[in-house]
Design a protein around this ligand. Sequence first.
Ligand code: BES
Ligand code: MN
Ligand code: ZN
Length: 498
Amino acid sequence: MPSIHATDSSVVEDILVVGFARDKKSKKFSIHSGDLRFNSAPILEALDDLGASAAPDEIIKLPGSSTKLVVLTGLGETKNEYPHEVLRRAAGAASRALSGHNSATFALPATEITAFAAVAEGALLGAYAFDEFRGSSKAERKPALKKIAVHSKNAKRSDFQKQLTRAEVIAKHTHIVRDLINTPPSHLTPDSFCQRFKKLAAGTGIKIEILNDDQLRKLGYGGIIGVGQGSANKPRLLHMSYVPKKSNKKTKRYAFVGKGITFDTGGLALKPAQGMEAMKSDMSGAAAVSAAILAIAELKLPVAIDAWAPLAENMVSDTATRPSDIITIYGGKTVEVLNPDAEGRLVLADAMMKAAEVGKKNGLDGLIDVATLTGAQVVALGTRTSAVMTNNQEFSEKFLQLAETTGEQFWPMPLPEELRASLDSPVADIANIGDRMGGMLVAGLFLKEFVAPELPWLHLDIAGPAYNDGKAHGYTPVGGTGVALRTLVALAESAASQ
Ligand code: BES
Ligand code: MN
Ligand code: ZN
């Protein structure tokens, strides 16, 4: 993780990052350095000749006069005020372009505190590298930018300082999620996932409980067992619980449940080889919820959180679940497994049932599951927008509003009742697949069967956005992205301020 600080100094000696934009009509460029005075005239003259466009993700590096280097990062069309996500991405793109360098000062239009926070967050999120598994090529790799300064005339204000700390916590935990996603299943099993969080949670006040396969079998977690039984890497259920120091009856309480398939081969419904490697990311939901609770605890937010990660490896073997097998989910509902590749909903069903049972004792304000659940999500919304499904409109709207502030792209999706019948089974309470059309919604309807109607519930399908197998952009690297963590933390913050 890079270090970060704020500065109000008018002298910048290292690398200077500023924003630039282009007017839609006049096509004139403008440079935006926020509170920092900056002589942009000589650069402005050159931009046309350089073939610049100022589009987002465009980076132009120029030799500076007083600084070593001036880095222009595209803000798009000229505006009076730039949306926070534009600033977050522009800072992130610059950060990424500066890997191999030691330090840089970010002077972007960020006078207002939320804009300042977005720049800090973007710069930190962009400074990420995953080189853990490089052997002989490690030495040739450029490490991520090490030192970040954010320029602001308010650098000394304590509320601005507080935003830096928050950005650090967010980035640190997003990097944890990315690392876990990028770690291949040879090095990340259900048990090693648990062990990592056991270490991370030490000293945080978070209580941690890990159920092994024998316990899961005995206690009736038929979903997690059924999905994990084909693998030598035995399944687990990780439960982390955070209760703030000053908690009372009014303290809000949420349960987060994350899909934790450390690798999804599809089981006996084996996936095609092409692209299967991306299924190392099928534990993105579990990583997001587990890291989110760490972040919430580190920020000492006055809200109680339970994070649940049902973990299993979906493999092909003589012990794997067969199509037509019937399993019993925690709580007693039976499921006919028609397709062992629809495994996420099975492990989630177990964990959601347990989360509600535990939550009931203390009064649960909401349950959120986070999952790389369906290919249909990617078909419907693409690789950058996640889906939100719900049994509670108000909860969903609130979440979407928060996502607007964090810059994470979520979009509401319906749970049409008429699709439910397609999940009927001739032999069990429900089948694990239904209509192929609207597959994302059908998966949501399956999960809905495992939530009491009075419990506010959100289902986040992050199948596309969790893993970037295209090019890096903004603050998003190739590979694991860490999506959902920021909005989960924002939800905890908003619950805390109520
Ligand atoms: N993990 C996959 C979903 C997925 C696909 C995530 C692409 C990320 C990118 C999930 O377990 C799965 O295989 N879903 C099936 C469900 C189907 C069998 C009903 C799918 O979407 O094809
Ligand atoms: Mn699958
Ligand atoms: Zn899966």
